[in-house]
Write a protein that binds this ligand. Sequence first.
Ligand SMILES: [Zn+2]
Length: 111
Amino acid sequence: MEVECEHCGRTVEVDQGVGRPRKYCRRSCRQRAYERRRHQGDVAWGDARLVAMARELADLEDRLDRVRDLVDQLRFDVDDGRPVDEGVLGELAAQLAPTRQDRLSVRAPGG
Ligand SMILES: [Zn+2]
């Protein structure tokens, strides 16, 4: 009986004896197929990771924008000789307080 190698498509002669039927024409095809399956897992994991990282980055950019606005408000107050707004200072301190988001979860795949 003949089947196609699951990796390269070449015809494989299989005898229907004992044990698992051959799926690949040779050893290297079996090895390549194994590596590809393993790598597919890495890619799927990487995609999920990238989506999460993009979201974290967007959140950090929002915070950075807010900090810039607050600093501008303080600068205007100082330039105009007004007393510094305690509310603005408080929010600035809150925005700059360390949070879990301060460290992007960048890791090498599998690391
Ligand atoms: Zn093959």
